[in-house]
Write a protein that binds this ligand. Structure first.
Ligand code: ZN
Length: 176
């Protein structure tokens, strides 16, 4: 099963990306550290934070926590995936979560979103995804291309990590 996360108030854009990659991610900028610790403990979530104090408190209570010192979301994501043992990310529109509210999305047809999305989009797109919780509608637009690039960078990063250190007697590289 995928890890579930709770993200502290400073890292909202990281929370949105994790949701798009399909991770159940709680994020509410109004939560206090105590509330974050409590939710992580009761819901079995891993805390993601840049706050060393919060990380120390989590570790004293044996709550999973990943301390992030990176400067950008791509590096933060790489660290989260590595530390949480997630391996590669998969960008799959049907598994994505609503970046606004963390709700699950469902595939809906063009007729169901007419009037709710711009006409140009309606004409061009065939598949739409609607959040089951807040009703926000998504489609595979320009942001998806950027996320695909991010996903490819993360995969590359992941493979580079695996490559070192070099090993003896390794079988010839095969392409998969
Ligand atoms: Zn939503």
């Amino acid at each position: 099963m995928k890890n579930r996360f709770i993200v502290d108030g400073m890292l909202g854009s990281l929370a949105r990306k994790l949701r798009i990659f399909g991770y159940d991610t709680l994020y509410n900028a109004d939560l206090s550290d105590n509330e974050i610790l409590k939710a992580a403990s009761s819901e079995g979530r891993t805390i993601l934070t840049s706050d060393r104090q919060l990380a120390d408190r989590a570790s004293k209570r044996r709550i999973n926590c990943i301390l992030l010192n990176e400067e950008n979301d791509e590096d933060r994501l790489a660290t989260v995936l590595r530390e949480a043992g997630e391996g590669e990310v998969h960008l799959n529109p049907e598994e994505t979560r609503c970046s606004v509210c963390n709700g699950e999305v469902e595939l809906v047809g063009r007729d169901e979103v007419a009037g709710a999305v711009p006409e140009g989009v309606l004409a061009k797109q065939e598949k739409f995804y609607r959040c089951k919780s807040c009703g926000k509608i998504y489609w595979i637009g320009g942001h998806w291309k950027r996320l695909n690039e991010l996903s490819a960078n993360l995969k590359r990063n992941n493979q580079d990590n695996k490559k070192s250190p070099p090993q003896h007697n390794s079988p010839p590289a095969t392409s998969r």
